[in-house]
Design a protein around this ligand. Sequence first.
Ligand SMILES: [Fe+2]
Ligand SMILES: [Fe+2]
Length: 202
Amino acid sequence: MIPIPTPGLDLWARELAKRSPEASDIFRVRGPLTKLEKLERDLTAATRGGKTAERAAGKLIEHILERYHETHRREFPQAIELARTVERVHAGDPDCPRGLADHLAVMADDLEGHQLKEENILFPTMLAGSCGVLRFPISRMMAEHDDVYEQLDRLAALTRDFTPPRDACKTWRALSQACRKLDRDLREHMRLENDVLFPHFL
Ligand SMILES: [Fe+2]
Ligand SMILES: [Fe+2]
């Protein structure tokens, strides 16, 4: 397999693959880019401060707010509720994830503070077209992301890697699933900020 290194060549390989199925075997041709992948490409490729970059950054911020900030706000309380139930009902079970509800509550609290800083200060400054002045607030946000990664490690440990016991009840299964989703969403949320959005403003 030959990986396709540049967007231009990628398009060329896609065209080739449409005409000849063998080309897909020779080149590593993926399916069409998703809306988000296009957005990421637009922001990464755009000249800093230009109109295209401004538009792409605005759209990415909109996506982060809707898909992640609002989703976390909705889903953390549900996971906390499930954890409180499981910890109460299965208190005598040696596999009971003791301390999970409290850990989730701390995570939700810290995250709310973090998201408010992004929503009220960082993102509006980015949308106003400022670049250099953001170095300090961005490094602060990235340090807070590192704290979230540590909290996620603890979340995985408390939930045994998001795996409920074989004979777990419906609530326990739902809890493991909810925590797995929080983990996946938070990691993708931070990847978009750390690797795509923030570098554009440094
Ligand atoms: Fe965020
Ligand atoms: Fe963030």
